[in-house]
Design a binder for this molecule. Structure first.
Ligand code: NAI
Ligand code: MG
Length: 506
């Protein structure tokens, strides 16, 4: 594999390193030490980034708090906030190629995917949420409390209404798999609601968050309204959750860390929203359009090298089409070209780290040891980079560890079901996981799709499609896949609180 050279713009950005923290509208040299940021496809260093210490996080929290309480932010008319977010959206679009390229070098996914999924979507996310700034109205109530003036008095005696206020200072903790998209869903929703934000990107992928900070500065947001503190989870992330100056945490990442955050937030009952892991079923019935279902099933697990919370990682296929479906997916997997994300022929990039690759290999080994049958892949190719071959394991036992755990790599675990299986029994199998993020159903029978969609325990059900996300639609997990929503009205209301005011008019 030849090592691609970044474009002049991206080289100029990388050369601005060692990168600092963006706090209170200024670039601060933090005290948590430098981290070498590497290209997961080559292992080569891209740049160095300052990690925030807990004290630096405290400084950022202080700045976000002061800004939240300042007239410059609290007094800003919603329409002005809307224009700032809109301007940021335009800047993100104007720099989409550059942002996509930085993501490719730092995260590993192919450029076509980063351009479409990551950098191509976030400008629209900003504009979508910009529209909410001016629409977060309160309400006037019709209370039933008896009028102390007795019968016949003029007009109401009580004026009772509720206003929707911003939740305060938001700590946003993002993961490394889709760094910009996940950060923007949180940041744009929180800013639209009138909150101020401290973003902590994952330690592996801080680069696009830092470029985002430069664009936020250019858009003209007041100092302190948006801050970026790259840092380690156990120190900077934990300090954000611990800070008394932070009102709300929005987190995407592992279920284990989600639980840690909930425990830590209990100290001051900080509000928390969580988007956690998944082990989502993808079901192919015998009457499905297999020409579409087979490539979609492959995409659902292999896109972004399987490092997707929504990945369709448990395949359930009707017995009569098992051979055709599994052969088809395995053929796609064997054909996929692994390589650097900047190579236009690359179908799949590397995993984010050697640690993640070891985790994925470990689950594959456990799955095979427990009786799973390897249909393709299963190993890491020789050479540099954290690559892992797209893998399909047939495992009928639902207790097989590979069928249970969120692997977060390009590993599909496939099981069959009898064509005539009663729907309730099938639903029991689909729902037999602590997770409840998404499900995808492939069938020509739309009535069956509606019946099953109603019985599936998941925050998103996709019928004859996969990964249908939209800024307008709320997304959230059932069961241990999370709390709260991102996207849609619910995604901005997450960052607000209602205050009810009653005025005696007598
Ligand atoms: P992680 O949950 O440790 O990391 C996600 C974010 O949380 C990062 O920004 C990290 O710095 C931060 N973090 C870690 N510990 C923290 C703490 N104690 N307090 C506050 N913030 C903390 O995920 P990791 O270790 O990178 O990946 C492990 C597994 O997690 C993956 O194999 C996958 O199963 C799952 N995961 C799920 C994601 C999703 O989109 N739902 C995203 C990333 C990982
Ligand atoms: Mg971790």
């Amino acid at each position: 594999m030849t090592t691609p050279v970044p474009s002049p713009k991206v080289q100029a950005f990388l050369a601005r390193g060692p990168h600092r923290l963006f706090v209170d509208g200024k670039w601060l040299s933090g005290s948590g030490g430098l981290r070498s940021i590497t290209d997961p496809a080559t292992g080569l260093e891209l740049s160095q980034v300052t990690m925030a210490s807990p004290a630096d996080v405290g400084t950022a929290a202080g700045a976000a708090r002061r800004c939240f309480e300042s007239p410059a932010w609290r007094g800003m008319p919603p329409a002005v906030r809307a224009r700032l977010l809109w301007r940021l959206g335009e800047l993100l679009d104007a720099h989409a190629d550059e942002l996509a390229e930085i993501e490719v070098f730092n995260q590993g996914k192919p450029f076509w995917l980063a351009r479409a999924l990551d950098a191509g979507a976030i400008g629209e996310t900003c504009r979508y949420f910009a529209g909410w700034c001016t629409k977060l109205d309160g309400m006037v109530h019709s209370p039933s409390a008896p009028d102390p003036r007795g019968p016949g008095a003029a007009g109401p005696w009580l004026h009772m209404y509720s206003v929707r206020e911003p939740a305060g200072v938001v700590g946003a903790i993002a993961p490394w798999n889709v760094p910009l998209v996940i950060a923007m869903a949180k940041v744009a929703g929180a800013l639209a609601a009138g909150c101020t934000v401290i973003l902590k990107p994952a330690e592996q992928t801080p680069l696009t968050a830092l470029r985002l900070a430069e664009l936020v500065e250019e858009a003209g947001f007041p100092p302190g309204s948006f801050n970026v503190v790259p840092g380690l989870g156990e120190t900077a992330g934990a300090a954000l959750v611990d800070s008394p100056l932070v009102d709300r945490i929005t987190f995407t990442g592992s279920t284990d860390v989600g639980k840690l955050i909930v425990r830590a937030a209990a100290k001051d009952l900080k509000r928390v929203s969580l988007e956690l892991g998944g082990k989502s079923p993808l079901v192919i019935f015998a009457d499905a359009d297999l020409a579409r279902a087979i490539p979609a099933a492959a995409d659902s697990i292999f896109i972004n090298a399987g490092q997707m919370c929504f990945a369709g990682s448990r395949l359930f296929v009707a017995h009569s089409v098992r051979g055709k479906v599994l052969d088809g997916i395995a053929a796609i997997a064997r054909d996929m070209k692994l390589g650097h994300g900047m190579d236009p022929e690359t179908a799949m990039g590397p995993l984010i780290s050697e640690e993640q690759r070891a985790r994925v290999a470990g689950y594959v080994a456990q799955g095979l040891a427990a009786g799973g049958q390897l249909l393709c892949g299963g190993a890491a190719p020789a050479g540099p980079g954290n690559f892992f071959a797209p893998t399909v394991i047939a495992a009928e036992n639902p207790l097989n560890p590979a069928a249970q755990a969120e692997i977060f790599g390009p590993v599909l675990v496939a099981a069959t079901f009898p064509d005539q299986m009663p729907e309730q029994e099938l639903l029991t199998r689909l729902n037999a996981t602590p997770f409840g993020l998404a499900a995808s159903l492939w069938t020509g029978d739309i009535a069956r799709a509606h019946r099953l969609a109603s019985g599936i325990q998941a925050g998103a059900v996709w019928v004859n499609c996969i990964n249908m996300l939209d800024d307008a639609a709320p997304m959230g997990g059932f069961k241990q896949s999370g709390w709260g929503y991102e996207g849609g009205r619910a995604g901005v209301e997450e960052f607000t609180q209602l205050k009810t005011i009653a005025i005696d008019l007598t």
